[in-house]
Design a protein around this ligand. Structure first.
Ligand SMILES: Cc1cc2nc3c(=O)[nH]c(=O)nc-3n(C[C@H](O)[C@H](O)[C@H](O)COP(=O)(O)O)c2cc1C
Length: 282
């Protein structure tokens, strides 16, 4: 496959640093994107692929022109939306592809925040000109981060503990869900798994889990209680797609040659934990 992961890895010599530096940006400094940055983003968007091979299309959207509103975002009028045709794995593919764009923007010094809820969704959907069977799961503002975040953003981050993540050994297991995996025991996988742990997720719920078994990392979705989903919008599947993107990039950078596949290893898991995909190492 023509891999956009190689494109981004060729651009930055430290993707793990980019992943560590990323945080959601909702307060922008009011400057429009330079034409150079806009062109770079547009060129990258056209190349982004994902391991499912499901096409995800991106579009830059002028907020004023389309009446786009997002009450938590200030200081920019430019957005990017993504759309995908509804089919099995569409949300994981979308999460992977859109996060690739988020990380590339971060590399360029451009701020983003995944938006799936706090927006006038129908205006974004209309602006994306969805065809029959297509959905626009999420969008993001694009701009240069302000030096100081707004009070509103600060309060929001605190209320969802946006700077925190679950402990490593709660997210990752060794061979079975019963055996917690520590960062030390993970050896060469500790950095790629830490990259997963740093990933953004809707309301910071971190629904991704992984089991390491015989040189393979199996990813699961553990749904958060009370977090709704439907056939046409599944945020937590998107979250797992983001985690797959972080793992793939960090593992590739660490020379682990990750190979993507989907075949449920049938590791016993409780009812609300669902197998999503795996990476064979080496
Ligand atoms: C699929 C998805 C949907 C999200 N939707 C929103 C949203 O509607 N509004 C918002 O302000 N943040 C949204 N976020 C951002 C998360 O709140 C944020 O990623 C999380 O709190 C972790 O903070 P961080 O990104 O700064 O690490 C979303 C994130 C993801 C991955």
């Amino acid at each position: 496959m023509k891999s956009s992961r190689c494109d981004i890895l060729n651009l930055t010599d430290d993707i793990c640093k980019v992943i560590r530096a990323r945080r959601s940006v909702r307060t922008f400094d009011g400057r429009a994107l330079t034409s150079e940055d806009r062109e770079k983003l547009s060129a990258f968007m056209a190349e982004i692929e994902n391991p499912y091979g499901i096409p995800v299309a991106f579009r830059l959207l002028e907020g004023k022109e389309h009446g786009l509103k997002c009450p938590v975002v200030t200081g920019t009028e430019l957005y990017v939306g993504g759309k995908v045709s509804l089919q099995p794995h569409a949300f994981e593919a979308f999460g992977y592809a859109f996060e690739m764009l988020v990380l590339y923007a971060q590399f360029l010094g451009i701020g983003t925040v995944w938006l799936g809820g706090t927006m006038n969704r129908s205006a974004y959907e209309e602006a994306m000109e969805l065809a029959e069977g297509e959905v626009m799961p999420c969008a993001s503002p694009l701009g240069y981060p302000a030096e100081k975040m707004s009070l509103r953003e600060g309060v929001m981050r605190k209320s969802i503990r946006a700077d925190e993540r679950l402990p490593f050994e709660e997210l990752f297991s060794d061979r079975s869900f019963e055996n917690p995996l520590t960062s030390e025991k993970a050896g060469g996988l500790s950095q790629p798994l830490e990259a997963v742990r740093r990933a953004p997720s809707a309301v910071n719920k971190q629904p991704w889990r992984a089991v390491v078994c015989d040189g393979t990392v199996h990813f699961y979705l553990r749904r958060s209680k009370g977090f709704g989903h439907s056939a046409s919008l599944d945020m937590q599947r998107i979250d797992v797609g983001i985690a797959l993107c972080h793992f793939d990039l960090a593992a590739e950078e660490n020379g682990l040659n990750p190979v993507f596949f989907t075949e449920d290893p049938q590791i016993p898991a409780d009812g609300d934990t669902e197998y999503i995909a795996s990476f064979r190492i080496g």
